[in-house]
Design a binder for this molecule. Structure first.
Ligand code: MEV
Length: 328
């Protein structure tokens, strides 16, 4: 049995705009997806998923969308999860030149599913790494990142950036602009607090919504460009360790994401609860529509305020995880 894990992430700045070539800065956090893989002697896949936000389910199938499992969890989530697993297995088979390899897989995750913390990227990254190693191939983290991006790009109908998958494979704070992906080596340890509303957004739909707005209104295209400007200013603030300025820019970034229609009542309520508790800044993270916000606060105040906010199901501190994908 071979086991790999990979971290989830929060977006300090730049989600959505990164899809259109603007820069983004996601940061890996210490919440991981772990994938255990054992080769079978036929070409089938058996996948057992144990997840924080889903009742566990087990499926056995031969891969391909015609042969979908019959399970009692929401179909789009299962379809997406299976798409990511199929894609990860396909990448490992290709890397090892073993097109017929079958696997028993167990997916365990402490990252809420579809909530803006990069759960799917972490599962794909850990899945590719574990399945390739089970077939005797060690992939470099940037190769895993590239393969994981191809999977996410396909599952998200060609509307994915490299940000989530690169961040999960490499760990730490990263900067992604188009195909140019790098680690920010000297990123400070930011005091992240996450609020989670228990929901999930449909990334494909939310990305498509922003695309339509951008095509219809010049000012929506300007808004996307303005997010890029915020990211560039934010990078300067990070370099200078100016955490207060980082927080102010996060607030701006949330306002612009809201203007693009990807916030929600519960995300806004959590953002305001954190701000009113004197967090340095707060914004939604990821595709939006529901899920998580990230705030910056060294004191316990924002976490406490979030835990009393109606609509907030969970509030927790999240440390920057400087390790990306790793063998367990
Ligand atoms: C989703 O986690 C982040 C988006 O920017 C989409 C992407 O970058 O692929 C909304």
């Amino acid at each position: 049995m071979t086991v790999s894990s990979a971290p989830g992430k929060v977006y300090l700045f730049g989600e959505h705009a990164v899809v259109y070539g603007e820069p983004a800065v996601p940061c890996a956090i210490e919440r991981r997806a772990t994938v255990s893989v054992e080769r079978r002697d036929d070409d089938r896949l058996r996948v057992e998923a144990r997840d924080l936000t889903l009742d566990g389910f087990t499926v056995e199938y031969s891969g391909g969308s015609a042969d979908r499992p019959d399970v009692n969890v929401p179909t789009p989530l299962v379809e997406a999860a299976m798409g990511y697993i199929d894609g990860a297995v396909e990448q490992a088979r290709e890397a090892a030149d073993a097109p017929d390899a079958g696997f028993d897989m167990v997916v365990e995750s402490t990252i809420p599913l579809g909530a803006g913390l990069g759960s799917s990227a972490a599962v794909v990254v850990a899945g590719i790494d574990a399945a390739a190693r089970e077939l005797g191939v060690e992939l470099a983290p940037d190769d895993v990142a590239d393969r994981a991006y191809r999977v996410e790009h396909e599952v998200q109908d060609g509307q994915a950036s490299r940000a989530d998958t690169f961040c999960s494979a490499m760990g730490g704070a990263v900067r992604v602009e188009g195909d140019d992906c790098r680690r920010i080596e000297d990123a400070p340890n930011l005091p992240f607090v996450v609020g989670y509303d228990g929901g999930a957004g449909d990334t494909g739909e939310l990305v498509a919504g922003v695309r339509e707005l951008r095509e219809e209104y010049d000012f929506a295209a300007d808004t996307v460009r303005a997010i890029g400007d915020i990211v560039r200013r934010g990078e300067g603030a990070l370099e200078e360790d100016d955490v207060e300025e980082v927080g102010r820019l996060m607030n701006f970034n949330h306002g612009l994401l809201s203007a693009l229609g990807v916030s929600s009542r519960s995300l806004d309520a959590m953002v305001w609860a954190a701000r009113e508790a004197d967090a340095l800044g707060a914004k939604l993270t990821g595709a939006g529509g529901g899920g998580c916000i990230v705030a910056l606060d060294e004191t316990p105040a924002a976490e406490t305020a979030l835990s009393y906010t109606p609509g907030c199901e969970d509030a927790f501190r999240a440390e920057l995880d400087r390790k990306g994908v790793r063998a367990e």
